[in-house]
Design a protein around this ligand. Structure first.
Ligand SMILES: C[S@@+](CC[C@H](N)C(=O)[O-])C[C@H]1O[C@@H](n2cnc3c(N)ncnc32)[C@H](O)[C@@H]1O
Length: 226
């Protein structure tokens, strides 16, 4: 009997392993991103963390064990990725089942309306803004402005342009390759994002240089941004 149970358990864990997609870049950058989160996330009281475009689920699975006081809500636009996110996270009691979220829509329809206005402490979004149409960046700031609590934080990670310039050459080439795949994709300028943020009561707090010419930008919801 024990052997049968063990076989069933092994079978289940091999199915879960098969569903876990591996993005090599996510394996490389999850450690440095975690170090940034650890500086900005407060410990103590229960908090909520919504991830937009979780991809494979590697990021949230790496972060969740470090913040047991936080309820993590991973999400994806591409339904094919939801199984991978679940396979990475179902062992963690502080990670919810992944939601299907299209960031260009209003948060009221996400997950049958589970999110209330000004209810979220942290929103995290990695590598989406440059690999999606600009409407996704607009949707990210519109929804973050409504969902974040006062002083809540939006973390965005990826490569950016600054003052209309992209550096270094590798990012220029990356931007060209994105635009060849889809002319609506491409690195976003931090100045444009600051305008979107301001319209939604969000201000920039810090820009942190990360490995491989990426940045983590820390944005804060402020009811009185002046
Ligand atoms: C390069 S992947 C990044 C995945 C993950 N965050 C990472 O860093 O490994 C870009 C993600 O943006 C998501 N995406 C594209 N359009 C979206 C939309 N309208 N709403 C939410 N996510 C979207 C894609 O499904 C994809 O998973």
């Amino acid at each position: 009997m024990n052997t049968i149970i063990q076989c069933a358990a092994n079978h289940k864990s091999s199915i879960m392993a098969a569903k876990k997609l591996v993005y090599p870049a996510a394996d490389r950058n999850k450690g440095p991103i975690l170090s940034v989160l650890q500086k900005y996330i407060q410990y103590g009281t229960p908090q909520t963390f919504l991830e937009i475009s979780s991809g494979s689920g590697q990021h949230v699975a790496h972060f969740a064990p470090h913040f047991p006081h936080i309820s993590f809500y991973p999400s994806e636009y591409d339904p094919k990725l939801l199984d991978s996110i679940a396979a990475y996270t179902n062992e963690f009691s502080n990670v919810k089942h992944p939601l299907k979220i299209d960031i260009t829509t209003d948060f009221h329809i996400w997950g049958d309306g589970i999110f209330k206005e000004a209810s979220i402490d942290y929103i995290y979004n990695a590598n989406m803004m440059h690999i999606s149409p600009y409407q996704c960046s607009i949707g990210l700031f519109n929804n973050a402005g409504k969902l974040l609590k006062n002083n809540g934080i939006l973390f965005t990670y990826g490569p950016y342009a600054i003052d209309g310039k992209i550096t270094p050459e590798s990012n220029v080439n990356f931007n060209k390759s994105l635009k060849l795949q889809d002319p609506n994709w491409g690195l976003r300028d931090i100045n444009d994002l600051m305008e979107l943020a301001e319209k939604n009561g969000i201000k920039i707090v810090d820009i942190i240089d990360m490995p491989a010419n990426n940045k983590t930008i820390i944005w804060k919801k402020c009811e009185n941004p002046k």
